[in-house]
Design a binder for this molecule. Structure first.
Ligand SMILES: *Cc1c(COP(=O)(O)O)cnc(C)c1O
Length: 339
């Protein structure tokens, strides 16, 4: 039995999800006529207390559209240096929006209002205009760390006072909400736009939704078209999203519980010197001496898959297709690697 913990994007759609996809009412969404896409967009907009939503093929596209909505060439985006929008979106901030980026530090991938305040450029010909702050919740590179509303509110206030927009990369926002117990609409209220991924913990094959004001989403539709993201009978994919919202949110607690099981197997293990605090479904372990490439080979020999996540770090992610039986196997196989 292969235990694949490389990412929560590796999940296969369940039979219930496939059934929902087969039954979906369809139309041409470029004409604005796919009822299932509309239902998904409206449902997520409503959940986050926003006016409108935009269904896109990927979270990279929803983030990049949001950045283009909020910026102009020669303006600057402020974010943590470990942000997905900066590290993993192919240089899109520059390529799509011709904007500059200012990278901030902070523990577990998180930034605070004071750091943002210090990063806002003065109104000066030399400096790009600071125009957008982007946060990520949960924070992938921070080990699935979470922001709470109390941490976000001062950043929101600062952005309001200084005329900056605030975007949330909520690829795993439902993992964060599962742990904090906070409501999606309370989160939507703090941000101008929120990107939500359906293809991570929610287990869909494809899809992310951007939510925001009517005006922002209208502009977003045009940008999506220019990026080649206008899809036709996309209701088949949106149906998977609706199914996931009904069936795969409350079960995220299982992923988090199993991640705690991984933590227990990894901490105090002689091959690892440290495991980052585990808050959700991501487990990042620091190697004691061994190179990531070497440990990945050793793990593969035990039919366990993980990814390199820095010069001495590896990452495990729990997901819909990682069962309690696999967790037991993981613990046993890792125990055998002690010798
Ligand atoms: C996965 C992910 C995205 C979007 O990735 P796609 O593969 O383009 O859907 C965005 N932000 C974070 C933090 C992610 O983990």
């Amino acid at each position: 039995m292969i235990i694949d913990l490389r990412s929560d994007t590796l999940t296969q759609p369940t039979s219930g999800m496939k059934e929902a996809m087969m039954q979906a009412a369809l139309g041409d969404d470029v004409f604005g006529e796919d009822p299932t896409v509309k239902r998904l967009e409206d449902r997520l907009a409503q959940l986050f207390g926003k006016e409108a939503g935009l269904f896109c093929p990927s979270g990279t596209m929803t983030n990049q559209i949001a950045i283009r909505i909020h910026t102009r060439p020669q303006t600057e985006v402020i974010c943590h240096r470990d942000s997905h929008i900066y590290l993993y979106e192919g240089g899109g901030i520059m390529a799509n929006s011709h904007a500059s980026v200012k990278l901030l530090d902070g523990p577990f991938g998180k930034i605070d209002a004071q750091a943002v305040a210090e990063a806002i450029n003065p109104d000066d010909d030399h400096a790009p205009e600071s125009i957008l702050v982007s946060l990520e919740n949960t924070m992938n590179k921070g080990g699935g760390s979470i922001y709470t509303l109390d941490e976000v509110r001062p950043i929101r206030k600062l952005c309001r006072d200084r005329g900056l927009k605030l975007h949330l990369d909520g690829a795993r926002i439902f993992n964060a909400l599962e742990e904090s117990g906070e409501r999606p609409d309370a989160w939507g209220e703090q941000f101008d736009t929120v990107s939500v991924c359906l293809s991570k913990g929610l287990g869909c094959p494809i899809g992310s939704v951007l939510v925001g004001s009517k005006e922002a989403i209208k502009q977003g539709r045009k940008i999506r078209k220019a990026m080649g993201g206008g899809m036709r009978q996309a209701g088949m994919l949106a149906a998977a999203g609706l199914y996931a919202l009904d069936h795969h949110i409350s079960r995220l607690a299982d992923d988090h519980r199993r991640a705690q099981g991984l933590l227990m197997a990894l901490e105090d293990h002689p091959l690892f010197s440290e495991v980052l605090p585990v808050r959700t479904n991501i487990v990042i372990a620091r190697l004691r001496g061994m190179q990531p490439e070497e440990i990945l080979v050793r793990l593969a020999e035990s039919q366990i898959k993980a990814v390199k996540f820095g010069k001495d770090l590896i990452r495990f992610v729990t997901h819909l297709d990682f069962t309690d039986e696999m967790l037991e196997q993981f613990i046993r196989r890792l125990g055998d690697m002690r010798g």
